[in-house]
Design a protein around this ligand. Structure first.
Ligand code: NDP
Length: 471
């Protein structure tokens, strides 16, 4: 358990930069391999006391945590906007969402209901036992919300959590750890260990004291995490990338479909695993759709994240900006673009591409930026074929006025979260997760707390004792 790191790196720091103006906002020291090894026993100790609390007491503690987050929404939002560049209105929603997720799962401790199964010779009951310590590895695109999808149901089920935020965006998770303590959660139950994925992430995956890993991020890193979990026979949930289709049929409300399409992909500057980054339009309305969409794209308000009117902020970092920009090479056929500020900051204008082939890397790769491709399809079968022509299967939208078609197409698309005549993907009360290489397992919804438990089966004999009835 305390085996030294094979390559024990010295502590280092990350310099954090505001993506909107490139000013330095602070530094954060990395947790070392040994630091993880010290955190795990602290979590294990705290978990024992937490799991022993009466369910109603655990529920009340989670409600106090939710109330403390509620009181801190403005501060958390301002911090997220500075660190991640999210528009303030969006950051506020994200911080409030954490409160709501905690409130939703505060009802779970008193509902961790097992089964009573009919068997011969006695009764058989199941218990949902907490796993113990849960490692939660979080990406930089939604630092607050994605962390909460792991920690809220995990705590509700009686576990301790150790969160590894992304190196670029650790500040709100660090603040949440302070809020957890201030709200009365026991020390050690909710720990945040900033640092490198190759150190903190890998040690959490390998550490025998961590019973389950919840990972959100790229498919490539997810594969590594899964392999590490396999080597340790450790449970894992993966929420990976996406390249989701927005399928627009000729019989849809075309004006509404075109007006909303930009927001389905450019929100959070396209840094969203649910982004509908492939628009598929029935060929008979293709030109009309583009005509309607152009003013909508140009109307997206891209600007200072602190401005209340801003709808889209900058990309998270220079490295990510360079990656996204690489998709606008000489071969890219740009239909039209929106606007973005010039000057310092990682600004990238919303961009609509008309790919020349279905193999174009802008069609196949998760760009994770404000870039969308538009392709045409002939009929329902062709729409389903194109929508499914991806290694991913996370979300998607279908626009049609024909209910039967909506149901046929949603059943035909291999994706975990679909919406009809809307772009909704995430509600804390409904399950969320991907098909194919978009992931394994589901987060959120009524069953999420149970995913942080082991089922224990107990048989109790009702046979009369051999001494019963004897004088
Ligand atoms: P990663 O998948 O590499 O990072 C996600 C998290 O995993 C971060 O906390 C990271 O830490 C950590 N991590 C990195 N390596 C390891 C490891 N070996 N073991 C355990 N944890 C590790 O994503 P990137 O930040 O590199 O983004 C690359 C691309 O991934 C994006 O452009 C996008 O396409 C996709 N992506 C998808 C997301 C989604 O929501 N599905 C979210 C983020 C990215 P650290 O920050 O220190 O590297």
């Amino acid at each position: 358990m305390t085996a030294p790191a094979p390559t024990a790196p010295a502590p280092t720091v990350t310099t954090l930069v505001n993506p909107a103006d490139e000013t330095v906002i602070g530094t954060v020291e990395h947790t070392t391999w040994e630091g993880v090894d010290e955190a795990v026993p602290r979590a294990t100790m705290a978990q024992v006391g937490w799991a022993a609390l009466a369910p109603a007491e655990r529920a009340a503690a989670l409600r106090r945590f939710a109330a403390a987050v509620d009181a801190a929404v403005e501060g958390l939002a301002a911090l997220e906007t500075r660190n991640s560049g999210h528009p303030l209105t969006q950051s506020r929603w994200e911080a409030s969402h954490v409160r709501d997720v905690l409130t939703y799962y505060s009802a779970a401790p008193e509902r961790m209901i097992g089964q009573q199964i009919p068997v011969a010779g006695g009764i058989d009951v199941t218990f949902l036992e907490p796993i113990g310590v849960i490692g939660i590895i979080v990406p930089w695109n939604f630092p607050l919300t994605i962390a909460s999808w792991g920690f809220a149901p995990a705590l509700a089920a009686g576990n301790a959590v150790i969160i590894k935020p992304a190196e670029w965006t650790p500040l709100t998770a660090i603040r949440l750890a302070g809020i957890a303590l201030e709200s009365g959660l026991p020390a050690g139950l909710f720990q945040v260990l900033p640092g490198r994925g190759s150190v903190v992430g890998e040690r959490l995956v390998a550490h025998p004291g961590v019973g389950k890993i919840v990972f959100t991020g790229s498919t490539e890193t997810g594969q590594k995490v899964m392999a590490g979990c396999a080597a340790n026979v450790k449970a894992v949930t993966l929420e990976l990338g996406g390249k989701s289709a927005n399928v627009v049929f000729a019989d849809s409300d075309l004006e509404l479909a075109a007006a909303t399409a930009p927001y389905a992909v450019f929100e959070n500057a396209g840094q969203d695993c649910c982004a509908r980054s492939r628009i598929l339009v029935q060929e008979s309305v293709f030109d009309r759709f583009l005509e309607l969409m152009e003013p909508a794209v140009k109307g997206v308000v891209v600007g200072a994240p602190t401005d209340e009117a801003t709808e889209m902020g900058p990309l998270v970092s220079k490295a990510h900006f360079d990656k996204v920009a690489s998709y606008l090479d000489d071969d890219a056929r740009i239909a039209f673009r929106g606007t973005a500020p010039s000057g310092p900051g990682f600004w990238f204008a919303p961009t609509v591409l008309l790919p020349t082939s279905a193999d174009d890397r802008a069609v196949t790769d998760e760009i994770f930026g404000p870039v969308v491709t538009v392709q045409s399809f002939r009929d329902e079968a062709h729409a389903i074929e194109l929508a499914n022509a991806s290694r991913y299967g996370l979300s998607g939208s279908i626009w049609t006025r024909d209910l039967g078609r909506a149901l046929r197409v949603t059943r035909g698309i291999a994706s975990g979260n679909l919406s009809v005549n809307s772009h909704s993907s995430v509600r804390y009360s409904t399950p969320f997760g991907g098909f194919k290489q978009s992931g394994i397992g589901r987060e959120l919804g009524p069953d999420a707390a149970a995913a942080f438990t082991e089922t224990k089966n107990v048989f109790i004999s009702t046979a009369a004792s051999s001494t019963e009835g004897t004088p």
